[in-house]
Design a protein around this ligand. Sequence first.
Ligand code: FE2
Length: 243
Amino acid sequence: MTHLPNTISGVGRSLRDDDLALMRHLLDADGYVYLTGITDGFDYLAEVSRLGPLARQYSGALVRDIRPAPDIGNDVYSASNTRELTPHTESYEFEGIPPRYVALWCVRPAEGPGGETTLADGHRFLQQFSADDQDLMRSRVYEWRSSPSLASQGVRISARHPILEPHDDGLVMRYSNQDIVRVDDGLLPRYVDGGRQFFDANKRAIRIERNAALIWDNWRMMHARNGFGDRSRHLRRVLIATQ
Ligand SMILES: [Fe+2]
């Protein structure tokens, strides 16, 4: 991790004003920032909410624990087991504008190989598409669904959105490798399959260590997870709405 760009080290017990300014700059410039050297007493919710108001998760809670659940095996696609996750942006299946930022921090890293969070710049992926394609991405509406595995927890959500949605604070991009209802309209297969190829060719793998946090711009970055073996891996996630 020492060679990861966009690292702010020595964060300590709270974010200094200059750290916060640098965080905003790095999020604007590159879409993500990694904080290290966090010490006991750091109030994650209070500190990350300096970027914007916290948004509720599926459960209604502000924090989601991400760790393997004893009753969820690797036969289903789920964040609650140890499988690889495919690239996506967060919360495409909800009505309204998705959270601007996602913050992940580590309670317990996976021992052994795997478990890295992976990120790639979706706005750079968009450069592969013509202006006409991008116009269609703004106007054509697709159906986005929650992951089938969430149905076992009573979560069944779908929403209709375009791929791109202009907002006063920037351009919202949505992406899912598997939870967008596929139609062969000459555009969507190039977007979904091309996005997977772009992600695999360009992703950066970040192993979130203890006392560290990774924050990214969810309107811009695609993210995923490498599979892992250690079932004691435990991260926490918060979602931050646009201000
Ligand atoms: Fe995710």
